[in-house]
Design a protein around this ligand. Structure first.
Ligand SMILES: [Zn+2]
Length: 439
């Protein structure tokens, strides 16, 4: 997915891994001088601190928990006798019951004495990339749980669309998550499936790093600027409720980017069929068979939600629709959801936007699991993606001035970021890689 990112990270790891490998090699073959040592010492400083320990003080052994392997077995294999293992496990239990939580495939590190005996002194287990548990048994036995330091790094990226946004990001080795996040923010303002060649964007986002070195993905988007058909669209993330931790995106005039309806009633894999009055189907002799709904393909059992608040007017079954639900939102708008596996609401119920009303299935006349989503305006089925729909709730009046003040420096930063020519940027990225590989 993001090869260039892996390549870049690969290089960053390169500077660390040889050091670790060296640590192991130098302990086992003490007599043999390690030839590359001098060369690598230039790349990385002498100290290697991890989990709060200086790894140079130990013989470091890393492995992963094998299927069915216990804490005791790992220690036993590493020269700790059974009575002591029992004692360690029992004492450590008081702070953290490590014996119970070892999971197959998770990494652990043994820090052993730097002598010919290589007796384990610390056992460090990583239940997740961020957390680790230390069981120390050199002088006194104790255990504790800790977290690796997490660092957020703010980045700015500019891109120009050639064919589609995924391609633009991929060419620069950036995660597609950035595309998903942006298409979410602009769900109602820009159709990302119909971007134009020459459309361009700037985005300020944060990357997450664990222990300074491990890239843990894109954290979130802070602000974005998208030029679609030469029209500018700003988006700024803003906390609207610090108690509940609610955030939303608004434009440079504090207007919401969302509409009163959710874009889709389900987390879908793809839109398998759009609203199309001129649809022709081969199966029916290429006759015009208008499709007045939007089909969202998703796995069976995926929750279906109400795209806006309203009153359930129908919850029943017909041969064509299968299990379906219809909701009236106000005098003008109604929505309908077809082919459900199971319905969760009944006629007369009030539902709020985002409430689960049923689950994806393939009941009725359908060839695969999807939701056929139908949108009614004044009693006529229309394409919701081609409607000027009412806006979602605007920002509270009391927050508007605060918001406009908040975005000033961010907007300044966006406006003063120039679009980089793509080719040049690629060359810049490649140069240091070549130099490192041959050093
Ligand atoms: Zn349909």
């Amino acid at each position: 997915m993001d090869r260039a990112r892996k390549r870049k990270l690969g290089n960053r790891y390169l500077t660390i891994i040889p050091l670790l490998a060296l640590g192991l090699v130098s302990c086992k073959d003490k007599e043999k001088p390690v030839v590359e040592q001098k060369e690598i010492a230039i790349v990385e400083p002498k100290e290697h601190i991890e989990f709060g320990f200086n790894f140079n003080d130990y013989v470091v052994k890393r492995d992963t928990v094998k299927s069915g392997e216990s804490f005791g077995q790992i220690l036993e294999r590493n020269k700790i006798g059974y009575p002591q293992i029992f004692h360690i496990a029992e004492t450590a239990k008081e702070t953290y019951d490590i014996a119970r939580y070892l999971q197959k495939g998770r990494p652990y590190t043994l820090l052993c004495s730097k002598d010919s005996l290589e007796i384990p002194e610390k056992f460090i287990y990583q239940p997740s990339v961020e957390e680790y548990i230390v069981v120390s048994f050199k002088d006194s036995i104790h255990a504790y749980k800790s977290k690796k330091p997490i660092k957020y790094v703010e980045k700015v990226y500019t891109g120009v669309i050639n064919s589609n946004i995924s391609q633009t990001l991929d060419d620069d080795g950036l995660s597609l998550v950035l595309a998903y996040k942006m298409s979410d923010i602009y769900a109602w303002t820009i159709d990302f499936t119909r971007l134009q060649k020459g459309d361009r964007f700037k985005v300020i986002y944060t990357d997450k790093y664990i222990d300074d070195t491990i890239y843990a993905g894109i954290n979130r988007i802070k602000a974005a600027y998208f030029e679609h058909n030469s029209e500018p669209f700003y988006a700024f993330r803003f906390k609207t409720d610090s108690v509940k931790g609610l955030t939303d995106f608004y434009n440079e005039e504090a207007k919401t980017l969302r509409r009163a309806f959710l874009k889709a009633p389900v987390e879908y894999k793809r839109i398998s069929s759009r609203y199309n009055l001129n649809r022709r189907i081969a199966l029916y002799g290429n006759k015009v068979r208008p499709h007045k709904g939007t089909d969202f393909a998703a796995n069976i059992g995926t929750p279906i939600v109400a795209t806006a608040s309203g009153k359930v007017t129908k919850s029943s079954y017909t041969g064509g629709n299968g299990n379906y639900v219809k909701i009236r939102h106000n005098k003008v708008y109604e929505t309908q959801y077809l082919h459900m596996q199971k319905r969760k609401v009944k006629a007369g119920d009030y539902v709020k936007q985002g409430d689960v009303i049923g689950w994806v299935g393939m009941t009725g006349n359908t060839s695969g699991p999807h939701v056929c989503y139908r949108f009614w305006k004044n009693g006529v089925q229309v394409d919701p993606f081609r409607q000027k729909l009412p806006e979602a709730e605007p920002i509270a009046d009391s927050l508007k001035d605060k918001y406009l003040e908040f975005i000033k420096p961010i907007k300044y930063q966006l406006d003063n970021t120039n679009f980089k020519p793509q080719k040049l940027e690629e060359d810049e990225l490649k140069q240091p890689e070549i130099r490192q590989a041959t050093s």
